[in-house]
Design a binder for this molecule. Structure first.
Ligand code: TGC
Ligand code: FAD
Length: 389
């Protein structure tokens, strides 16, 4: 019998331009050919060939693809979102690599950097020849980055940075770290090249989530930087928070990619698997789960595309990004867990991508603003009362 794909049920393609559909197909082909076959092993071993992958992702054109100039493709927000969706359908760790490179490190330089900083870093980062990371979180300050202890002080025209950044994606493979530090003039961003004396990195091991991604601690021990290491355009917490809006937007699409991959896998599985002498797909309980998951994935994708159009029109607000991040990650993790139930015991192995997505989405629920932080951002928008402190 004829079946319909969850996204076709929502008529999603009618909302996309031909160019957007082509970009989606190109990234999907790349993921199918170059990522998916290796993911169970990368996840199992807890490592990826990050430098090689960065070059291949650069050649694909997805690094900083929504930025203009400096070797970046200048694509629309929906195209960027669809690339994130396809990458995260492969693995949240690969989408993270691309998010941190394009939306955090490159965006920080693109938006807040001086002309020489842009010329030095952006073209090489777009090609994936240079990797960037973004150091905001500290061991004691994650949700509340305003409390950061990392400090930059002046010594003549030089800057001296001291402090520790924690949970930094791409940290040990980065050629340049964008590090946010407290100064006499408020929070400012600094470009710290790898290998600068006093700058050390240490990978965080034994993760049970986002294993196909590099996560590191950055230690800055009296790191001396020249005057031109500071990003001239960023002052105050709005500097790093403006970058987070970009990366969070990619996650709004990405999380739905992980959910759809779980759903696709499960739709195939329940048609094949027989229980009590009938296909698992034929039971009402199964169909109810599939229908509910399809509704949430489809609604999440509609929301993502709508937010993408608002972003392209230049009217999107941070609160609207919070709506998308909170909803889509929360629904995606729910879908991954429900799919896992339908796969039974098979669902707990790396033979299927479902438990890998479910485990990854635990990180996605926490990073780029926890679900609680986004609830409070929305609550503040609704009531005018800030419940953070
Ligand atoms: P508040 O102190 O009131 O405001 C500080 C200044 O920032 C402005 N602002 C924003 N600007 C741009 N975009 C946003 N989303 C902004 N949110 C706030 C604000 O207007 C103010 O500007 P100014 O000029 O008046 O000084 O701070 P707040 O109360 O607004 O924010 C509190 C809170 C909790 C929402 C914020 O601190 C927050 O978002 N915390 C979560 C931290 C977080 O998300 N960290 C993520 C680290 S990076 C990461 O996780 C990468 S994961 C890898 C991957 O992406 O794959
Ligand atoms: P905490 O802030 O300690 O929160 C603990 C709990 O308290 C959470 O449930 C939280 O929601 C809740 N909570 C906090 N404040 C409130 C409140 N006001 N009211 C009620 N509840 C509250 N950071 C970077 O800077 N760069 C990166 O590249 C990066 N990559 C990451 C990669 C991974 C795999 C992970 C897991 C994290 C990464 N992070 C990165 C860090 C991430 O952004 C933080 O983990 C996140 O912001 C939460 O901070 P925390 O872990 O310190 O939790």
């Amino acid at each position: 019998p004829r079946t319909v794909h969850p996204t076709a049920l929502f008529g999603i393609d009618a909302l996309l331009t031909e160019e957007e559909r082509e970009i989606r197909a190109t990234v999907r082909r790349f993921c199918d050919g170059e990522l998916r076959p290796h993911l169970p092993e990368w996840f199992d071993k807890g490592g990826i060939p990050a430098r090689d992958l960065a070059r291949r992702l650069g050649a694909l054109g997805v690094l900083g693809m929504h930025l203009d100039g400096y070797g970046c493709a200048g694509m629309g927000a929906v195209s960027y979102g669809l690339a994130c969706l396809e990458l995260e359908a492969a693995d949240s760790g690969l989408r993270s690599l691309v998010s941190v490179q394009g939306s955090l490190a490159m965006f920080a330089i693109w938006k807040h950097g001086g002309e020489e900083q842009k010329q030095r870093w952006l073209p090489a980062m777009a090609r994936g020849e240079a990797i960037g990371c973004f150091g905001l979180t500290e061991p004691d300050f994650g949700s509340d980055p305003a409390g950061m202890r990392t400090r930059a002080r002046r010594d003549g025209t030089d800057w001296i940075l001291s402090g520790t950044k924690m949970w930094i994606t791409n940290g040990s493979v980065a050629d340049v770290a964008v590090v946010w530090a407290r100064t006499d003039d408020g929070i400012r961003g600094f470009l710290v090249p790898a290998g600068t004396p006093g700058f050390r990195v240490r990978d965080i091991e034994r993760k049970l989530s986002l294993r196909a991604s590099v996560t590191s601690e950055l230690v800055l021990d009296e790191v001396r930087l020249p005057a031109d290491a500071v990003l001239p355009g960023a002052r105050g917490l709005s500097g790093p928070l403006s970058c987070l809006n970009e990366a969070r937007f990619g996650i709004v699409f990405g999380a739905i990619g992980a959910a759809l991959d779980c759903l696709d896998t499960t739709l195939g599985y329940v048609r094949e698997r027989r229980v009590f002498d009938r296909p698992l797909a034929s039971y009402q309980l199964t169909q109810q789960k599939l229908a509910d998951m399809t509704l949430e994935a489809g609604k999440g994708l509609l929301l993502a595309i709508h937010l993408g159009r608002l972003k392209e029109a230049g009217t999107i607000t941070p609160e609207q990004v919070s709506v998308g991040k909170l909803n889509n990650v929360r629904e995606a993790i729910d879908i991954a867990r429900t799919c896992r139930t339908l796969l039974g015991a098979n669902g707990i192995t790396l033979e299927y991508p479902v438990i890998r997505h479910a485990a990854n989405l635990e990180s996605v629920l926490t990073y780029e603003g926890t679900s609680e932080v986004h609830s409070l951002v929305i609550g503040r928008a609704l009531t005018g009362e800030s419940a953070f402190q």
